[in-house]
Each structure stands twice: as structure tokens, then as C-alpha cells.
Design a protein around this ligand. Structure first.
Ligand code: ADP
Ligand code: MG
Length: 246
């Protein structure tokens, strides 16, 4: 019996850019505290799927549920929904003219409307958590890529999201900096955060993910537990993909 709450549900989600049909009848369910890895070749639609989940892109058809609520632009305040779904991008997207602390407190003060003292206190706790307590007054250009990404994670967490989306969070990093970001994500997963992670880090997928979803050409080809999908992929497409990346 599965008593875990459903956090995300997609039903027949479709998205095109002009003539390009990028997401084709996507169905998926993510339960509370699940860590789902989304893998697939470049151009298969992984980022578009995450962006639809965070309402940065508008779906063409199909349905999206976030925590048991069917979300439509016509009936929902998308900014409110977005607070519940944090997102971390490949290129960090920090505000360059703000300090680390200001990067983290900006949205809680202006969007969550908490007072500055509380925002600063929460931001300091998050910086502690991601191992950057000594960097609060530093500007992003003084940080390594791994540190920037950990600030970006702290900034997303400052909105107290129920779900975190990661779009290739370590792809822009020098190899020696990948581990510190994955460690932060692993910790978050262990705390029970519901996460959808687009990644090429197969070690992370194997070790941390509850489910792996393999996408090809806008479709979900195969879903499985990491040990199933890595060792005994059922679909020919999945086998071919692993032959190229493993
Ligand atoms: P992935 O993240 O798996 O590499 P994407 O979701 O970024 O794939 O892209 C899927 C396809 O959609 C690609 O062919 C890409 O060029 C196209 N695409 C993505 N975003 C846009 C956009 N805003 N306008 C037009 N085409 C886009
Ligand atoms: Mg992408």
C-alpha cells in the first residue's frame, strides 16, 4: 500500500514550439519525498518538461496537478504555485549585483513578505546548511561555480518550496566542483525533499534516485528503479542511450 501523498501528476502533457512537438503525451506521478531523475539525450525535452512544471512554459494541452490541485493559468495564481516549486538552473542565475545574503533574502522579503530580520536569519541557516556561512557578504563573481550553485540551491530553499526541480545543476561545473553540489542535493534528498533532477550524473541517479525516467524525442520511453533501468533496461532505446553515456 502506498500512502505517500502525490506531489506532481502530469496527464497527457503536450507542448510544441511552432511546428516542433517537444513534449508528447507525458504522463508521470511523483510522490512525496521521491527523488526522480530525468535522463535522455540533449533535445529530448527534459528542460521543457521542468519548465512546464514550474510554469515558466505554458503547456498546450494536458493537465498538471501540484499537490492534489489541478493547476490552470485561468484559475490559479501562478506566482503562488511557483513558490511551492523551487528551481535550480544549470547557469545558477544569481543576481550579480547582490551579495550572497541579498540573493537569498530578496524573494522571501518581496514575495513571501516576511520581515528582513527573519529573512536574514533564515538565509543564514540555509548558508550554514550548504556550507557557505562565511560567504554571506561576498558577491557572486568571487565564488567558484560549485559555491554559486550552492547559493542558488539555498536561494530556492528560502522560498520554502515543497518540490525542488534541478535542471542539470552540475553540467556547467568543473569536474572537481561537481561533488560538493551533489552532496548538498543528496542531503536534501535524505531530508525528504521531493525532487525532480535532470542530470547526466549516472552515479547520482544510481545512488540517490528512487525512480529514473528516460526520455527520448519528447516521450517517456521507460521508467524504472535505478537498479532495473541501469542493469536491465527493457527498451532498446534505453539500452542504446546507456551505451553512449556509460
Ligand atoms: P533537453 O533539455 O532535453 O536538452 P529541451 O527541452 O531544452 O531539451 O528542448 C527540446 C526541444 O525543444 C529542442 O529541439 C529545443 O531546440 C526546442 N526548444 C526548447 N525551448 C525552445 C523555445 N523556447 N523555442 C523553440 N524551441 C525550443
Ligand atoms: Mg535541457
Amino acid at each position: 500500500m502506498d500512502e505517500k501523498r502525490t506531489m506532481i501528476k502530469l496527464e497527457n502533457l503536450n507542448k510544441s514550439f511552432g511546428d516542433l512537438h517537444v513534449l508528447k503525451d507525458i504522463n508521470m506521478v511523483v510522490k512525496e519525498s521521491d527523488v526522480v531523475c530525468l535522463i535522455g539525450a540533449s533535445g529530448s525535452g527534459k528542460s521543457t518538461l521542468l519548465r512546464c512544471l514550474n510554469f515558466l512554459e505554458e503547456k498546450d494541452s494536458g493537465h498538471i496537478w501540484i499537490e492534489d490541485e489541478k493547476i490552470e493559468r485561468s484559475t490559479h495564481n501562478i506566482n503562488e504555485i511557483r513558490q511551492r516549486v523551487g528551481m535550480v538552473f544549470q547557469h545558477f542565475n544569481l543576481f550579480p549585483h547582490k551579495t550572497v545574503l541579498q540573493n537569498i533574502t530578496e524573494a522571501p522579503i518581496h514575495v513571501r513578505k516576511i520581515n528582513k530580520v527573519q529573512a536574514v536569519q533564515e538565509a543564514r541557516e540555509l548558508l550554514q546548511k550548504v556550507g557557505l556561512a562565511d560567504k554571506e557578504n561576498v558577491y557572486p563573481n568571487k565564488l567558484s561555480g560549485g559555491q554559486k550553485q550552492r547559493v542558488a540551491i539555498a536561494r530556492a530553499l528560502a522560498m520554502k518550496p515543497d518540490i525542488m526541480l534541478f535542471d542539470e545543476p552540475t553540467s556547467a561545473l568543473d569536474p572537481e566542483l561537481v561533488g560538493e553540489v551533489l552532496a548538498t542535493m543528496k542531503e536534501l534528498a535524505a531530508e525528504g525533499m521531493t525532487m525532480v533532477v535532470v542530470t547526466h550524473e549516472m552515479g547520482f541517479a544510481r545512488e540517490v534516485c528512487d525512480w529514473v525516467i528516460y526520455m527520448h524525442d519528447g516521450k517517456i520511453v521507460e521508467v524504472g528503479h535505478p537498479h532495473e533501468i541501469f542493469h536491465e533496461p527493457k527498451e532498446e532505446r534505453t539500452k542504446e542511450f546507456f551505451n553512449t553515456v556509460l
